[in-house]
Design a protein around this ligand. Structure first.
Ligand SMILES: C[S@@+](CC[C@H](N)C(=O)[O-])C[C@H]1O[C@@H](n2cnc3c(N)ncnc32)[C@H](O)[C@@H]1O
Length: 192
């Protein structure tokens, strides 16, 4: 692993400790919505989102790691899911999504890596471009505590770090909540 990839945690999933249902319930995701799972990993949040949005809705599962996207595509095929589009995409580059096209976006356990690599601006400008006005964007991060699960303590970010990132890019914070023994979530709404 190169230094550049040092905090990217390719292939790691929080599935065993973080409930996708709890995260999605906090975002208010509903039938017919278009959902973005940014840095989806094995796609376990996307799979639950796909059953919430239903056939009138759509889920975009994006990750830079091809093996993860292959895993998502395999599950999509095996389960006969028709509303998930899984694509290899680098969140620091232009995303393969239209302007103002996403009702609800989630980025779980990824942002601390962009903070460590000084890539927040590129990422958040794209997130802002693709989320609809008044759309929801939620960041989930590992709590800034010493724990065996998750990234090293030094690269963990606090709820106030996350809130200030969101505010800086035009998202108004709605709620900061505990969502697992290891994770917190900050939900926000895109404002003009
Ligand atoms: C710790 S995993 C979290 C995966 C999933 N969101 C979860 O909570 O289980 C971080 C994910 O972010 C992805 N990632 C890191 N940098 C990325 C980038 N620049 N663009 C897209 N995905 C990225 C990694 O490949 C990895 O799948």
């Amino acid at each position: 692993m190169s230094d550049k990839q040092g905090h990217k945690h390719h292939g790691k999933s929080s599935k065993d400790v973080l409930s996708a249902e709890t995260v999605l319930e906090k975002t208010g995701l509903k039938v017919g919505d278009t959902f973005l799972d940014a840095g989806c990993g094995d796609g376990y949040i996307s799979i639950v989102a796909s059953s919430i949005v239903g056939k009138e809705g759509k889920v975009h599962a994006l990750d830079v790691y091809e093996e993860s996207i292959d895993k998502v595509k395999k599950q999509v095929q095996d389960k006969g899911i028709t509303n998930i589009e899984a694509k290899v995409a680098d969140l620091t580059q232009k995303l393969p999504l239209k302007d103002n096209s996403i009702d609800v976006g989630v980025m779980a356990n990824v942002m601390h890596g962009f903070v460590a690599e000084d890539e927040v601006e590129e990422v958040m400008n794209e997130i802002r471009r693709v989320i609809k006005p008044e759309g929801i964007f939620a960041l989930v991060e590992f709590k800034k505590i010493e724990s065996v699960r998750g990234p090293p303590f030094e690269v963990r970010i606090s709820p106030s770090d996350v809130e200030s990132i969101l505010n800086q890019y035009g998202f108004e914070v709605l709620e900061t909540a505990d969502v697992s023994p290891y994770h917190y979530l900050v939900s926000s709404i895109k404002k003009d």
